[in-house]
Unconditional design. Structure first.
Length: 419
């Protein structure tokens, strides 16, 4: 371990410190720069992935996850076919997986797209096989929607959307279809929740937070027995904007029952902006907070958003010796400092240390804002998705330099495949 520790510190010395002080630098109480669990500066991503999964599994095993774990377990069970009991239907989770796969056949990049899969054919042979493939996809989608118990108006919308997509594969329609299939995937997730007579869902597409942003949750699930419970923070307000009428009004609710009464009385297109109090109350009452991913190879976190970013102070870097040393050094006269100017620094070990601390503090990331994910892999928790996709959460872009502002700046993170 000593040699590993030396290697790590060596990279920090050469990458961050001025050449004139490297040999005579006295580390004193800062000698434990690199957490002993890391050791070598080239710590394998596999170690960090295993750590992240175990941290999330511990969180997902707590008592407040009991209801969501029961929901996921129920969705993962196969059920006997009511007509032919000797046959088994796929589980709800498997059916949802296939639902997403079939939606994605409307994308040119999908190998099962009926045009792309038949490019080797010409003329009548192409037209015949294309029509056959389209029919097979639409028939299977009809069966899947029936198994998921999606109501008839929504089922018709899904079939029409997919059928229209096959008739309009031009580039001008792609973005519209991508948005449509995302909306349909969210609605289907809500239908799955509603299939349990004890639950009520809320799809959040029309909802905004107090800053006017889309909610991080695509769908909420509530136990009907809790809908009449009074909010712990008393009455909460929200603003309803009726799009066609171009007018808004403010309403308030003391429970989710009150809230549902208001929104279920609305018609036409509308937007609802939640106050912080209303948003907090919804999250407190909901047993399920879900995100829906309809992409064919889509991570459960989106890149390039401040929601998927964290301050280094939140993951404990402010208590690390390396930061304390740097902070003290910055208080010196510039001619006496040990550290290079930020633009001249580069250390891979620094990034490794920060990814290690991120792994330890993964429960503080936006990954835990939702407790279930509806995706191409089924209806699962974050830890299960990471296992299935061999994906690790890391800072992106990497952090290889020290700066005074780094401790309280937001640093983005995203998933990366582990080789």
């Amino acid at each position: 371990m000593a040699n590993n520790m030396y290697n790590g510190i060596g990279d920090i010395k050469t990458g961050l410190l001025k050449k004139s002080v490297i040999k005579k630098a006295f580390w004193g109480r800062y000698s434990q720069q690199i957490p002993t669990e890391i050791g070598d500066k080239n710590v394998e991503d596999r170690i960090l992935l295993d750590m992240q999964i175990k941290k999330l599994q511990a969180l997902e095993g707590q008592s407040d996850f009991e209801e969501i774990n029961n929901f996921i377990k129920t969705c993962s069970l196969q059920s006997a076919n009511s007509i032919r009991n000797e046959m088994l239907e796929a589980s709800t989770s498997q059916a949802y997986t296939r639902f997403i796969e079939l939606l994605n056949t409307g994308l040119w990049s999908n190998e099962a797209n009926p045009i792309k899969s038949n490019l080797n054919l010409k003329g009548d042979a192409f037209r015949t096989k294309y029509a056959e493939d389209v029919d097979n996809i639409l028939n299977e989608m009809t069966d899947i929607l029936s198994q998921l118990n999606v109501n008839e108006p929504i089922s018709k919308t899904v079939i029409n959307t997919l059928s229209n997509r096959f008739s309009h594969m031009g580039k001008n329609y792609k973005q519209q279809y991508v948005q449509n299939k995302a909306n349909l995937a969210e609605i289907a997730a809500g239908e799955i929740i509603n299939n349990n007579p004890n639950y009520k869902s809320l799809v959040s597409g029309a909802f905004l937070n107090s800053a006017g942003e889309q909610l991080i949750e695509d769908v909420f699930g509530f136990k009907k027995s809790n809908l009449s419970n009074k909010f712990s923070n008393g009455y909460a307000e929200f603003t309803v904007t009726l799009t066609k009428e171009n007018r808004s009004f403010t309403a308030k609710a003391a429970s989710m029952e009150d809230f549902f009464k208001t929104i279920e009385g609305l018609s036409g297109d509308y937007k609802i902006q939640l106050t912080d109090e209303m948003y907090t109350a919804m999250r407190e009452v909901a047993f399920l907070k879900g995100q829906v991913k309809s992409g064919q190879d889509q991570a459960i976190l989106n890149k390039g958003t401040q929601r998927n970013a964290i301050k280094l102070s939140q993951i404990g870097f402010s208590a690390e010796g390396l930061w304390e040393l740097y902070f003290e050094d910055m208080a010196k006269d510039s001619s006496e400092t040990w550290f290079k100017q930020t633009n001249n620094q580069y250390s891979n070990t620094l990034n490794t240390v920060l990814n290690y601390l991120l792994s330890k503090a993964i429960a503080k990331t936006s990954l835990t804002s939702n407790n279930v994910y509806f995706s191409k892999d089924g209806i699962i928790t974050a830890s299960t998705w990471m296992q299935l996709n061999n994906s690790l959460l890391k800072f992106n872009p990497t952090i290889n330099k020290m700066a005074v502002s780094m401790i309280n700046n937001l640093h983005p993170y995203s998933f990366r495949k582990v080789q």
